[in-house]
Write a protein that binds this ligand. Structure first.
Ligand SMILES: NC(=O)c1ccc[n+]([C@@H]2O[C@H](COP(=O)([O-])OP(=O)(O)OC[C@H]3O[C@@H](n4cnc5c(N)ncnc54)[C@H](O)[C@@H]3O)[C@@H](O)[C@H]2O)c1
Ligand SMILES: Cc1c(CN(C)C(=O)CCc2cnc3c(c2)CCC(=O)N3)oc2ccccc12
Length: 264
């Protein structure tokens, strides 16, 4: 087995269960020798994440709700005290009120707008700042975004605005931390059947549309996202920063679905 991640220590934020995109990433980097720490959002998730963390020999399993800055501080304090430094962080966190992930974007409430931006956008900036302080020898930070940031995906609504901000954050953070050898990138994943991915209206229609109209004529798996994350988290991408890397069966290049799919 090649060990692309031998000797590297990283934090994985956003594993809820074994369908999570973050879990696909954790499996990929653990298989290449990475030493992992996990955060989970609350005790209800903790019970599900524990067996997964054990499966990849995670050294730390820490609670973290990014709406609570002190819980984010506590995570990096623990890792700073115990590990001293970090080589990578995966931020796979996003949330909005599901009642606002349907209907008109224009009817988004101020409260949910702010909350969605804090959890789905600002939290990556805050985590990056705290991680950078533990990366004296450089490192790699990645977050997860979606094409709804730049092209309208019906019902994605305020999450699209948050992802647009997240993608701009990736560029500004890449500029801030590049001189210190810290790279910042995002993976823009196609739809994946996760807790967040499935818990929305018309999810099955959206999946079937992607399967019929993406160049690869299928949706992607969290393992495929994991493999691409391995590239961005390893030294193979040492010359890459500020990038949005699409892992979406190529759907983002399509303007009009091919005729043959329209005839079905
Ligand atoms: N599933 C998809 O189709 C898809 C596609 C592209 C991008 N994404 C993005 O991938 C990331 C991971 O989502 P997923 O699809 O794996 O679903 P998921 O539900 O498995 O993961 C979402 C995670 O966000 C965490 N989270 C939500 N609010 C939080 C908070 N306040 N504090 C800490 N953690 C919090 C949840 O605990 C969960 O672990 C999200 O950013 C999502 O927007 C998902
Ligand atoms: C794809 C796709 C997704 C998956 N994706 C890219 C995401 O980023 C997940 C976004 C999301 C954020 N918050 C919540 C939920 C999903 C459902 C459960 C909940 O309570 N809150 O979500 C959509 C919402 C509408 C339309 C398409 C999609």
């Amino acid at each position: 087995m090649t060990s692309l991640m031998a000797g590297k220590r990283g934090l994985i934020m956003g594993v809820a269960n074994d369908h999570s995109i973050a879990w696909g990433i954790a499996k990929a980097v653990a298989a290449q020798g990475a030493e992992l720490a996990f955060t989970y959002q609350g005790e209800s998730f903790g019970k599900r994440v524990k067996p997964l963390a054990d499966q990849v020999g995670a050294k730390h399993l820490l609670p973290c709700d990014v709406e609570d800055t002190s819980s984010v501080d506590a995570v990096f304090e623990t890792l700073g005290n115990d590990w001293g430094s970090l080589d990578f962080v995966v931020h796979a966190i996003g949330f909005s009120d599901r009642n606002e992930l349907k209907g008109l974007y224009a009817e988004t409430t101020r409260d949910n707008f702010v909350r969605t931006m804090v959890i789905s956008c600002f939290s990556f900036t805050e985590v990056s700042r705290k991680a950078a302080a533990l990366m004296p020898n450089g490192g790699s930070l990645i977050t997860l975004t979606y094409a709804g940031s730049t092209r309208v995906m019906p019902n994605y609504n305020v999450m699209g605005v948050a992802k647009a901000g997240l993608e701009a954050s990736v560029r500004y953070l890449a500029n801030d931390y590049g001189p210190r050898g810290i790279r910042v990138n995002a993976i823009s994943a196609g739809p994946v059947r996760t807790l967040a991915g499935a818990g929305i209206s018309d999810a099955r229609y959206m999946f079937s549309f992607q399967q019929r109209n993406s160049p690869l004529r299928r949706t992607v798996t969290h393992d495929e996202v994991g493999n691409s994350a391995l590239y961005l988290l390893s030294d193979l991408s040492s010359g890459v920063t500020g990038e949005i890397h699409y892992v979406d069966s190529g759907y983002n290049i399509i303007s009009m679905p091919s005729i043959d799919t329209l005839k079905k």
